[in-house]
Design a protein around this ligand. Structure first.
Ligand SMILES: [Zn+2]
Ligand SMILES: [Zn+2]
Length: 330
């Protein structure tokens, strides 16, 4: 099959490789329909600590079951359309056994430490598969994984209906947060701040009303930091109301450290919360997408081929003028 392979950091090729095979009764071979491009894919090319090279990237995908092992046959049928949770915990480590599967010490992460979906076929475990109806367009279906992460972020923030929310960063993730708060949870006071004016226009085009370069209010109850930058964190920490919560969702570089005003944190009972991937939220994401197809249309702003992806990954600058970019495999 044809696949995009990162042989080692900085070395990217499109290669003809062997199709994956069934080797365990829990295996499912998915024929990939489309796969979203994520910032993780760029990090992978430049070298990511927990990656295993060579690796095929791609973890936000929809496809069809092509072949599967005996156990998988009890739950699925060949030809069924599925989205896949790229993260498979071990269920054996201390954190898994406490119920925090996203903090697993031995996770399998499709597209990071196991081959992913920028290929014609990808091998996954049956536990990672979720049926997605035929009428969900592929550009909406591929949002299942990012949406599942956003749902965990929303649950972490523990919002109440009348609270003021500021989302820092108007990329695909910031916009998915906005859509969940404003259009799914019907919250009125939700805003995005974004420094890139092209992205502001893209957000407005798909129905985000409150998006601008600067925050409209002085203080908020909840800040969702999606940029992974120190500037984003600093903006967040200085705009919290008493009992305010800052959710660090954006992935910062390892060496980035922020400063916290200790007196205000104590006096105003501020909380800083991390949110990492998607524990038990894939099913919720699939249901939200299935019931709200129109709300999530338009987040994919560009459809490209595997060959075009090769060039895109080598030149990361072009990405910020789009929202989600999707690679169409078939
Ligand atoms: Zn991703
Ligand atoms: Zn574990």
């Amino acid at each position: 099959m044809k696949a995009l392979v990162i042989r080692k950091p900085q070395e990217l090729v499109i290669d003809e490789i062997n199709d994956p095979n069934i080797t365990s009764e829990e295996d499912v071979i998915v024929q990939v329909e489309a796969c979203g491009v994520c910032r993780t894919d760029f990090h992978l090319l430049h070298g990511l600590g927990f990656a295993k090279y060579p690796v095929i990237p791609g973890h936000e995908f929809v496809g069809r079951i092509f072949k599967m092992g005996k156990l998988a046959e009890k739950f699925f049928k060949v030809g069924q359309r599925v989205v896949v949770d790229p993260n498979l915990p071990c269920f054996l480590c201390e954190w898994c056994r406490k119920g925090y599967i996203n903090l697993c010490l031995n996770p399998i992460n499709i597209g990071v430490n196991k081959d992913g979906a920028f290929a014609e076929f990808v091998k996954v475990n049956v536990k990672q598969c979720y049926i997605i109806p035929e009428d969900v367009p592929k550009e909406v279906a591929i949002l299942a994984e990012p949406l599942s992460c956003v749902i965990h972020g929303v649950e972490t923030a523990n919002v109440e209906k009348d609270e003021d929310i500021l989302i820092v960063g108007g990329g695909p993730i910031g916009i998915i947060f906005y859509k969940v708060f404003h259009e799914i949870l019907k919250m009125e006071n939700v805003e995005i701040v974004e420094i890139n004016t092209v992205r502001i226009e893209l957000a407005q085009k798909i129905g985000v009303k409150n998006v601008s370069v600067l925050p409209a209010k002085d203080k908020y109850d909840v800040i969702i930091e999606t940029s992974g930058t120190l500037d984003g964190f600093n903006l967040g920490i200085t705009h919290l109301r008493p009992r305010g919560r800052l959710v660090q969702f954006g992935v910062a570089d390892k060496e980035v450290k922020g400063e916290v005003p200790l007196y205000e944190m104590y006096k105003n009972e501020l909380k800083i919360l991390g949110s990492f991937v998607n524990p038990y939220t894939m099913q919720k994401a699939v249901k939200i997408l299935r019931d709200n197809i129109d709300i999530f249309k338009g987040i994919v702003t560009k459809e490209i081929s595997l060959e075009e992806l090769e060039n895109l990954l080598k030149d990361s600058k072009s990405v910020t003028n789009d929202l989600k970019i999707m690679v169409k495999i078939i």
